[in-house]
Design a protein around this ligand. Structure first.
Ligand SMILES: Cc1ncc(COP(=O)(O)O)c(C=O)c1O
Length: 395
């Protein structure tokens, strides 16, 4: 053991502790729901999960996971192309493609992997990537993994995007990369404008809609559905670890040639195992529940509207958005973490985010609403926001 190495790391952790920027790990002892049992605190209301539709504790979703576990066992114990894949993977991929209205889909063990594994295949040496400045870290890292020339445009700024597209002239593939719903702001990518520009400059669009699928659009098909451009996005990536059951897993939904190419050469596909069957079974069922009950999306938005409206009535100034993410900017990271601690003292779990998750000086708390919440729970949480908000002079 190199003790000096571990000591150096410990020093850095202590330093983060002194600055008040250390992330605190909490432990939950019950399924994700509107209320959870936190080992450190007892029963609390959770406003920091991506369980937007409440499906991670849905009985049908849990039963489907158990059924798949019993049928297929724990996993494939190797990589797909070496040992084969389970039929439930194919079923899930067909269901994702049909739900997203694309020709085909391919699953990964996470959306992190889907982004990292697909972008370097889509855009290669001699190609161009043009990426929104507030894209999720997995898109950023996916772009870094590509040998294509990379440009970044100011968040949602279509003038800059067009300038980048002009600069990319001559590249065989020009790939525009954006989140659908931006995870830290909650705002939406201007997809209709992006589609127009892509047509004008013969570009390809990749949208990571991890926070949009199950949330945006009348039937939960995401930001493209909400903005009327479903079917006009070349590549949609998303997670199965948020609205769609909340376990884990990600996917790329696109045309058959891209999906076939990814299964041939995408590094996580050929060097890493497929999704565990329990996860595939639960996610498959979650999509079926969403298909059968699109009113869950409506319930989610009526909860979001209520919570957001009440916060504004109290005097909070959340960032405006149409998604289920309600960020309140605090400024200093340590202050956002302190605020989160004070809310937890009162039984409300909301995480404070600071640098490097968000730019320096824009630390925030991010409230996330779920269809699993009812008015009584929301009113209880709002009462705490009123009390703590006054204490921190936010209202
Ligand atoms: C926009 C976006 N993309 C990708 C991911 C990664 O998803 P996963 O947990 O499936 O790796 C996240 C998760 O935070 C996300 O918010």
């Amino acid at each position: 053991m190199n003790i000096a190495f571990q000591d150096r790391l410990q020093e850095r952790i202590l330093e983060m502790g002194k600055k008040g920027t250390l992330k605190i790990q909490r432990h939950l002892a019950s399924p994700m729901d509107a209320k959870v049992v936190m080992e450190e605190k007892g029963k609390i209301i959770i406003l920091s999960s991506n369980n937007y539709l409440g499906l991670s504790s849905n009985k049908k979703v849990i039963r489907a996971g158990i059924k798949a576990l019993k049928k297929y066992g724990a996993g494939t114990a190797s990589v797909r192309f070496i040992c084969g894949t389970f039929s439930i993977h194919r079923e899930l991929e067909e269901e994702i493609a049909s739900f997203m209205k694309t020709e085909a889909a391919l699953t990964y063990v996470s959306c992190w992997d889907a982004n990292m594994g697909s972008i370097p295949v889509i855009a290669q040496e001699g190609d161009a990537i043009i990426s929104d400045s507030l894209n999720h870290a997995s898109l950023i890292d996916g772009c870094r993994m590509s040998k294509a020339n990379r440009q970044i445009y100011k968040h949602a700024n279509m003038t800059e995007l067009e300038e980048c597209l002009k600069k990319a002239e001559g590249a065989k593939t020009k790939l525009i990369v954006t989140d659908g719903v931006f995870s830290m702001e909650g705002d939406l990518a201007p997809l209709p404008e992006i589609v127009q520009l892509a047509k004008k400059y013969d570009a390809v669009i990749l949208v990571d809609d991890s926070h949009g699928i199950g949330v945006m659009g009348k039937t939960g098909r995401g930001t493209a559905e909400h903005l009327g451009v479903l079917g006009e996005i070349d590549i949609i990536t998303g997670t199965l670890g948020k609205a769609l059951g909340g376990a884990a897993g990600g996917f790329v939904a696109s045309g058959k040639p891209l999906v076939n190419m990814l299964s041939q050469v995408s590094r996580p596909q050929i060097f890493s195992n497929a999704l565990p069957p329990t996860v595939a079974g639960s996610a498959l069922q979650a999509i079926k529940v969403l298909r059968d009950k699109p009113e869950l999306v409506e319930k989610l938005h009526s909860n979001v509207d209520y919570f957001r409206g009440q916060l504004k009535k109290m005097g909070f100034k959340p960032l405006e958005s149409k998604s289920a993410i309600i960020p309140i900017i605090i400024g200093e990271t340590s202050q956002a973490i302190k605020l989160s601690g004070a809310l937890l003292e009162e039984g409300i779990f909301v995480t404070g985010f600071g640098f490097p998750v968000v730019p320096e000086g824009t630390a925030r708390i991010r409230i996330q609403i779920s269809a699993a919440m009812n008015k009584k729970i929301m009113d209880k949480a709002l009462k705490v926001f009123n009390k703590v908000g006054k204490k921190f002079q936010l209202i």
